[in-house]
Design a protein around this ligand. Structure first.
Ligand SMILES: C[S@@+](CC[C@H](N)C(=O)[O-])C[C@H]1O[C@@H](n2cnc3c(N)ncnc32)[C@H](O)[C@@H]1O
Length: 230
């Protein structure tokens, strides 16, 4: 599974940002802004963005905090990280980019104040391993945040299903040449646990003392926040 996912992201890396902006109509910037706000990031914090892709969350943290603290963007797909590095090297040279599997992070325990993963956790082999791995590298009392697609509710559900089932794979396929990747986006999002079901998964890890969540854009996306247990 991981190899299939890795190869899929390697193939779409070059067109990822463009396709994202077109398909989300730019709304993904708002979702990421809400993620940063809910992280309650403070100056001097050490932040890890897992499955960073082309690095937008890590860069958004930099824009908020500047060169104060530490920001690391990690991903297991080198072509995605290369684009992140290219995008950031002039304006945000202090951001560190590192190849990492989010399920088995190599950082020492308690290395970060905040760890995030946006639109990445749906793709890992084992959600619980990924959550535990992220919680391990965050200090007790720190935050693990997950931004992920959900299944939107009425009244936008039928429009969304039409959009994500047909329009999204068509346009995504046209821009990237990889229609299968955008079909996978639809099917994997439709099957992924959302809302209270995802909270239950987070609680099952016993890594968090508190878990809360917020639904965005009528349930198209969710942000989950886990406070790391001591
Ligand atoms: C949909 S992209 C999201 C990228 C970025 N976080 C964003 O919000 O645009 C998913 C990313 O997850 C990465 N990924 C998938 N499984 C991973 C794993 N086990 N460890 C690290 N990265 C992974 C992929 O390489 C890809 O860059």
């Amino acid at each position: 599974m991981s190899k299939t996912i890795h190869d899929m992201f390697s193939k779409i890396a070059g067109t990822y940002d463009r396709t994202n902006s077109v398909l989300s109509l730019g709304i993904h910037h708002l979702w990421r802004r809400t993620l940063i706000k809910m992280s309650q990031v403070k100056k001097g914090n050490a932040i890890l963005d897992c499955a960073t892709g082309t690095g937008d969350v890590a860069i958004a943290f930099y824009k908020k905090n500047g060169n104060d603290g530490r920001i690391v963007g990690s991903d297991f797909c080198a072509p995605m990280l290369e684009l992140a590095e290219k995008k950031s090297k002039e304006k945000y040279p202090e951001i560190e980019w590192q190849i990492e599997d989010a399920q088995n992070l190599s950082f020492a325990d308690d290395s970060f104040d905040i760890a995030t993963i946006s639109f990445g956790i749906r793709n890992v082999d084992c959600t619980e391993e990924c959550l535990k791995s992220m919680a391990r590298v965050v200090k007790p009392g720190g935050r693990v945040l997950i931004l992920e697609f959900g299944q939107p509710h009425w009244p936008i559900k039928p429009f969304f299903n039409l959009y994500s089932g047909y329009i999204l794979p068509f346009i995504g396929g046209m821009i990237s040449g990889e229609k299968t990747a955008y079909k996978y986006l639809n099917t994997s999002s439709a099957q992924f646990p959302t809302g209270k079901n995802f909270v239950a998964l987070m609680e099952k890890t016993q890594a968090f003392s508190e878990v809360k969540y917020k639904s965005l854009t009528s349930g198209v996306c969710y942000i989950y926040v886990g406070i790391v247990a001591s």
